[in-house]
Write a protein that binds this ligand. Structure first.
Ligand code: ZN
Length: 447
């Protein structure tokens, strides 16, 4: 079917596997909001898409924030009195609190415990903790291990550096027929955690890779940036030029687990992307969760801050902060699956199809119903199981194509999947009954 092609991306059987294998490659890397882990991650993404990598110096003022010093880490451990490494950074990068300052000293267990974090409710899991904006250090270990540590003197080392450097983010713009953009954004600042945030990074990388080969109306901008400070940096550097082009936007995270799917609306609440994804989820999933905007979460907080108010929503499966594995070592490769990554990819592809094809038409024969039979339009529908619905799709499209209702508006009003309304519009257009509206008015896109 011409024009409606992005959903076909889903039919690539290998898509879930491709996304999963990129996650596997990225999983061992120790990422933070700055440093070599972010660079190594972007380098992997560049094997798939020609990403631009931006480096912004420490100390740069970004609205109310300042780019922090760059953090890197080589090694960290806790040794017991026998000289045995009881905690080793090289076994799990979650063991060190992100942005820990360098430490090398001997201390008692009581003194050490003030710097150790665990999860008593899930005693086998290692928590993920950071301390970006105040200088401190710490270790994260399983509660079982903490309970088993004996009194004595421990030898503690964190071989990290906090120095003037840069904040790194990646950006890829795929030009379309028009300058209006769809912005897709994932944060890249978490170490070995699979669902949050590697699933989002890997899904968007493969989406960008597939879109490269297709003709599309919109331009696409993919942003891979550290949470909060990274998206703010992008916003500050693009305020003059790119922001007005962003017509739709989506933050993508936690897309590999079995929960949800969940969509959190943009601050506008009824932007075209809000209505489009609501429609897609209704017709593509047995159950899904729709939440209104709140000023907490991922980078939609920044894109939707009042000074920008961009139409950017958040797509995830389980909601951030609400699944027990969130920010723990249990958010690992076993927690996500090829099947759920593939399904998430399918939902976003369908969303793109709706946005790309959500045009507005005018019925050229608006006085009375045009005679469909004499134009062979009933025969064109065929006798399949969807025949009745396809006829209704034609009648609704003719009736509501008055230059004021987009195809998505019609789909919602008729409660018919967008794909069928789109096909009906194509058929009616080929038969001279519809024309594109001159000024593309859509009640959906009204601010
Ligand atoms: Zn997180």
């Amino acid at each position: 079917m011409s024009g409606f092609k992005y959903s076909n991306l889903v039919h690539a059987d290998s898509i879930g596997t491709d996304i999963f294998s990129l996650i596997e490659q990225l999983f061992p890397i120790c990422r933070s909001i700055t440093g070599d882990g972010v660079r190594a991650t972007l380098k992997h993404i560049r094997e798939h898409i020609p990403l631009d990598v931006h480096e912004v110096p420490t100390g740069t003022q970004i609205y109310d924030w300042t780019i922090p010093r760059e953090w890197n880490i080589n090694d960290a451990y806790i040794k017991n009195q026998k000289g045995e490494k009881v905690v080793d950074f090289h076994n799990s990068n979650l063991h060190v609190v992100g942005y820990s300052i360098p430490v090398q000293k001997k201390m008692s267990l009581d003194e050490l415990k003030e710097h150790v974090f665990s999860i008593p409710e899930n005693p086998e899991w290692i928590p993920y903790r950071t301390s970006y904006y105040n200088e401190s250090w710490g270790f994260c270990i399983s509660h079982r291990q903490l309970m088993s540590m004996e009194d004595g003197i421990y030898d503690v080392l964190i071989d990290s550096s906090l120095e003037d450097g840069t904040l790194t983010y990646g950006e890829y713009v795929l030009p379309g027929e028009i300058e209006d953009e769809i912005l897709l954004s994932a944060h890249i600042c978490h170490p070995s955690l699979a669902n949050d945030n590697l699933s989002g990074i890997a899904l968007l990388t493969h989406l960008a890779k597939h879109l490269q080969g297709l003709k599309h109306k919109y331009s696409y901008r993919f942003i891979f940036a550290p949470g909060t400070i990274g998206s703010l940096t992008w916003l500050a550097r693009n305020e003059q030029h790119a922001l007005s082009r962003v017509k739709h936007g989506l933050v993508v995270s936690c897309v590999g687990d079995a929960g949800g799917p969940t969509y959190k609306r943009s601050r506008r609440g009824s932007a075209e992307i809000d209505l489009a994804i609501e429609h897609v989820l209704k017709h593509a999933c047995e159950q899904s969760i729709l939440d209104d905007f709140s000023p907490y979460g991922y980078d939609e907080r920044q894109y939707c801050s009042p000074g920008f108010n961009l139409p950017v929503g958040l797509f995830e499966r389980s909601k951030y902060g609400e699944f027990p594995q969130y920010h723990t070592s249990a958010d690992n490769l076993e927690f996500i699956s090829v099947e759920h990554l593939s399904e998430s990819y399918g939902i976003i592809s369908r969303l793109i199809d709706v946005l790309e094809n959500n045009d507005t038409y005018v019925n050229k024969n608006p006085k009375g119903e045009p005679q469909l039979g004499k134009r062979g339009l009933y025969n064109a529908i065929g006798g399949d199981t969807q025949a009745a619905q396809k006829i209704m799709a034609m009648l609704w499209t003719l009736n509501l194509s008055d230059g004021e209702h987009s195809l998505l508006d019609i789909s919602k009003r008729a409660d018919i999947p967008f794909e069928l309304i789109f096909s009906a519009a194509q058929l009616l257009r080929e038969n001279g009954l519809l024309k594109k509206a001159n000024n593309k008015i859509s009640s959906c896109s009204a601010p």
